[in-house]
Design a protein around this ligand. Sequence first.
Ligand SMILES: C[C@H](O)[C@H](O)[C@H]1CNC2=NC(N)=NC(=O)C2=N1
Length: 96
Amino acid sequence: MTERLSDTARDTILAPLLANGWKMTEGRDAITKTFVFEDFVEAFSWMTRAAFWAEKWNHHPEWTNVYKTVEVVLTTHDVDGLSSLDAKLARKFDAL
Ligand SMILES: C[C@H](O)[C@H](O)[C@H]1CNC2=NC(N)=NC(=O)C2=N1
């Protein structure tokens, strides 16, 4: 069963993400990052790769795409907050 990240877990698990462009989302227990690509096709190609990982891990982003920019919000709806799944998907998104 997925659980919300504990305070101590947050320090260790979120720190590297926050150092790599992720930010805490205003008003939500979530993390947000804006990815900017060369053009729309690059952005959408990345979203397609990201979508396959989200589906494989059954953990899905909240995201918006405008032209070459993709804004991603990660949170775990089942626990109404951040879980290790969000950190895992964020690390994967950063590596794509
Ligand atoms: C039924 C399905 O397994 C659940 O709704 C999964 C799907 N993807 C999910 N994605 C996210 N971000 N949070 C969830 O709690 C979640 N739950």
